[in-house]
Design a protein around this ligand. Sequence first.
Ligand SMILES: Cc1cc2nc3c(=O)[nH]c(=O)nc-3n(C[C@H](O)[C@H](O)[C@H](O)COP(=O)(O)O)c2cc1C
Length: 189
Amino acid sequence: MLKIALIIGSTRATRFADKPVQWLKTIVADRIDAEYEFLDLRDYPMPFFDEVASNAFVPSTNEVAQRWQRKVAEFDGYVFITAEYNHGPTAVLKNALDYAYPEWNKKPAAFVGYGSVGAARAIEQLRLIAVELQMAPTRTGVYIQGADFVGAWQQGAALEEMSHLQPGVQALLDELVWWARALKTAREA
Ligand SMILES: Cc1cc2nc3c(=O)[nH]c(=O)nc-3n(C[C@H](O)[C@H](O)[C@H](O)COP(=O)(O)O)c2cc1C
């Protein structure tokens, strides 16, 4: 069975991230093509990168980082649930990406963003970062933006009722699973 991680990319106490997480939990619960697990970066409180090198070259010493690397290694593909801070990804997500390397290699990455433009600018940066991590970023993104984002963020609207977002999420997961299966086969060959 394929294993897909959905990584929650912001950690602040009043984060919006929990709303898309709750919505995505109901969606992946109905899919039988993979095992889906949510990873919360709050559970991996790593310092700002403080090792002698990337673990591509030198094993990390920080115990939380080691636990994070072991967890990341379990999966065949990743969905990053991402905010946009000043047109880029959150620092905590970039730090978590930096804290692993071989664990990400040759696996697909997809992105669900939220913000004024659905975190599109952060996601474009994350796609470039993913390439350096030897990941395969997939095409379809989900961008919770504009009135949808403001409605859910400040006006009590429910993402569950935004049916127009559904086809994009399903397409994102279909693509991610296709690539996860193809790359798992290739890694094992
Ligand atoms: C430091 C900071 C920078 C932000 N910059 C952007 C931005 O560039 N674009 C955007 O659409 N929203 C921006 N926002 C608003 C966020 O979209 C909004 O606060 C969102 O809830 C952040 O995700 P989080 O609640 O999961 O942390 C910013 C918020 C913060 C705290």
